[in-house]
Design a protein around this ligand. Sequence first.
Ligand code: PNS
Length: 160
Amino acid sequence: MKVAVYPGSFDPVTNGHLDIITRTSRIVDRVIVAILYNSEKQPLFSIEERIAMLKTVTANLPNVEVASFSGLLVDFMKEVHANVIVKGLRSVTDFEYEFQMALLNKSLNSQVETMFMMTNRNYSYVSSSVVKEVAKFGGNLHGLLPASIIDTVEKKFKKQ
Ligand code: PNS
């Protein structure tokens, strides 16, 4: 059984993330989307809100689960019996950071492999940060976010 973990902040999940999740779900048996709970970061959405959004957008993918973790990714991988980390790559800048993370994770647990998936070219410029910037100023989120969560994200900014 091939179990892959797709870790990240997902604050919020974007079309770029969803594309990686969907493509990964076609090549492994189970995909666990793992949201990092980081007490030092100030996310816009709570863990519960991010889990709910991820569950909504992956509802049509039966082999995709959503979980959260704190601490080291390699420890979470052990807990869920997974040995493949999936990461999306958009640019050379992503590569430099991800290369370091992949080598670090390998040194922490040599059984863990990191696999990189090239971004869909339609989403190479999409990130949670740019989406939040657009949402903050009332810009059009279609094409950036899955349609089913646009309302949730817009409402969050209206509240603020
Ligand atoms: O979406 P992000 O914020 O770029 O995701 C970063 C994430 C969660 C993948 C990374 O910070 C991570 O794996 N953190 C867990 C702590 C850990 O294991 N650190 C060492 C290797 S990355």
